[in-house]
Design a protein around this ligand. Structure first.
Ligand code: HXC
Length: 549
């Protein structure tokens, strides 16, 4: 589909009034036209009015835009073309037979973002709380099919109390059809969900099947069951915010990927995210002209060579230096902060970054970090986006909580994601790369294409302290005093570090392709990326769903 400017039923000026003709011999069919037009205009006006002035005022009083305003702010000006405006409900029970349910509570259509086509639907909370009845579901399914068949992203603006209670199993079946479409679209076209109200039941499960979820402070809530049901079922007292607000889902559950301060800010973020994504799995992410020289130095990488290996630092500083114009679009910044993921451009090409962050939990691999990175890697692989892995990892986080929580199972997701990824894979070992975590972070024999290391890299089966305890336990026991033991420990650890705390043993085996001058980091990465642009792995064209991990 080519980008084009389309008229919107929302923003288009009113159609010009028919002027009565002077000709007495007018065709009767032509004479009937004004009445027919009036009927159309009346139907459109009623459908566009949503739940009416009172409910619209209530929506505004909550600090929320209407569904139509949301579409207007999200899409390129004037690009929205509505579909199924005149669809109505066929529900009859619980007084719905005589009730006007405009558009059955959802607006669907297509338009453009940054000149590229997208499909969109927006649930209208002013109409039966945006709840999902059968006709409402069919409209969403229809627009999702249109997106899938025309290979464009689909964006859901969700503001709904879930399955419409009055429509019984019809609304449940409606959700089932949507979930089926979400899964069919998974890994084929980007799917984005924006939560813009109190959302429950199916209204949270469909977003959970999509690639990215946005929430807005003060208005977005997500839960399977609300605080009242929670209290009735378990006796727990909670609030909308504590149970399902943006903070809970961005920081604790990991359900939400982006939090915005306002709806406007949120739509700006959605548009920015889309600028990093291809339209579908058959395309590449858009390349931009790059004003930032790839030969620009990266002083922070140089500083790493001087830094005490135990000193934490924020990995963001390194990422910003690598990125064109220092721009990094982080995903899930409040969740599992020991692992940082997001998008940047390098030499104009989009890259997905997966990086350990020594500023949190020393950058160890944890249950949450493994799941977060694994799903992102699978998304990148599905949508032809190269992966840049920045490694500074002392190992998997030890502990009963991690073991019983299933670090073996969750850590394996990370291994699986890297092993199956066939998009270009480039890694840089900045500092530590120990044991299983070294393997997991895109190492050479997980089919890394280019594996670089800085001179500050330390690559070994484990860190000096742990290795000394295992290798020299008998020798340490022979020490007569605690002071003697401590001194011996230090000597042995220094010897071990001297031998292994460098990239050179690994470079000798070919598991590292090159130990690079830190100042060359950006240019080396840009060249590698350029070279891998046309990488093809036989059999890699198969569909790859982005299952929620
Ligand atoms: C029909 C609904 C509705 C629903 C809300 N409304 N949810 N109508 N079916 N599911 C209606 C209300 O009756 C009300 O209509 C209007 O929308 C606004 O709702 P309020 O309750 O006044 O608003 P608020 O206080 O903000 O609370 C919003 C809410 C709450 C948190 C969403 O309405 C709520 O808890 N709704 C039910 C949520 C739920 O349990 N849904 C079913 C999930 S089961 P009036 O005319 O009075 O203004 C499900 C199955 C799928 O979805 C499972 C998938 C795995």
């Amino acid at each position: 589909m080519k980008p084009r400017r389309l008229k919107t039923s929302m923003s288009a000026s009113k159609p010009p009034q028919e002027k009565p003709r002077k000709d007495k011999r007018r065709d009767p069919a032509v004479r009937a036209a004004p009445a027919k037009l009036a009927r159309l205009r009346d139907a459109v006006a009623r459908a566009e009015a949503g739940g009416g002035p009172e409910r619209v005022a209530a929506q505004k009083a909550r600090g929320k835009f209407t569904a139509r305003e949301r579409i207007h702010y999200l899409l390129d000006e004037g690009s929205f073309q509505e579909t199924d405006l005149l669809v109505g409900s066929r529900a009859t029970e619980f007084g719905l037979k005589d009730k006007d349910i405009p558009g059955d509570g959802v607006i669907t259509g297509f338009g453009t973002v940054g000149g590229r086509p997208v499909c969109v639907y927006a649930q209208d909370f002013t109409v039966l709380g945006g709840s999902l009845g059968l006709a409402h579901a069919k409209k969403i399914v229809k627009i999702m099919d249109l997106a899938l068949e025309n290979r464009v992203p689909v964006i859901g603006l969700i503001d709904s109390g879930g399955a419409r209670i009055q429509e019984g199993v019809d609304s449940l079946d409606g959700y089932a059809e949507i979930f089926q479409r979400n899964t069919a679209c998974s890994g084929v076209i980007p799917q984005i969900s924006v939560i813009l109200g109190p959302c429950a039941g199916g209204a949270v499960y469909s977003p959970a099947l999509t690639d990215f979820i946005f929430m807005v402070e003060g208005i977005s809530h997500m839960f399977v069951t609300g605080p009242e049901v929670v209290k009735a079922a378990t006796g727990e007292e909670t609030t909308f915010d504590a149970l399902g607000g943006p903070e809970a889902h961005a920081g604790k559950s990991g359900v939400c990927h982006f939090v915005a301060k306002s709806e406007q800010d949120c739509f700006r973020q959605v548009r920015e995210l889309l600028s990093y994504l291809p339209q579908s799995r058959w395309e590449r992410a858009p390349r931009l002209a790059n004003p930032d020289p790839v030969r620009r130095a990266t002083p922070l990488a140089e500083m790493l060579c001087e830094l005490d290996p135990r000193r934490p630092y924020r990995i963001h500083h390194v990422i910003w230096q690598i990125a064109d114009e220092h721009k990094f679009f982080e995903v899930q910044d409040a969740y599992a902060r020991n692992m940082v993921i997001g998008f940047l451009r390098l030499g104009g090409d989009v890259v997905g970054v997966v990086a350990n962050n020594p500023a949190h939990q020393a950058g160890t691999l944890t249950i949450e970090a493994s799941g977060k990175a694994a799903r992102f890697i699978r998304f990148l692989n599905a949508f032809n986006i190269p992966i840049l892995t920045l490694v500074d990892v002392p190992g998997y986080l030890p502990g009963v909580h991690q073991e019983h929580g299933g670090i073996i199972r969750h850590g394996a997701k990370l291994l699986h994601a890297y092993c199956e990824a066939t998009v270009p894979k480039i890694s840089v070992i900045l500092r530590k790369a120990y044991g299983g975590a070294y393997i997991a972070m895109s190492s050479k024999y997980l089919k890394g294409d280019f594996n670089f290391a800085l001179p500050s890299a330390e690559i070994a089966v484990m860190g000096p302290a742990g290795a000394v305890e295992i290798l020299f336990s008998r020798k340490l026991q022979e020490a007569k005093t605690p002071e003697e033991k401590a001194a011996l420990r230090k000597t042995l650890a220094d010897e071990y570090a001297q031998k292994f705390a460098s990239p050179y043993q690994t470079a000798r085996t070919g598991s590292i392709d090159e130990v690079i001058e830190p100042s060359q980091l950006r240019v080396k990465l840009a060249r590698a990326l350029r070279f891998l642009r046309d990488k093809r792995v036989p059999g890699s064209h198969a569909n790859r769903g982005n299952i929620p991990l």
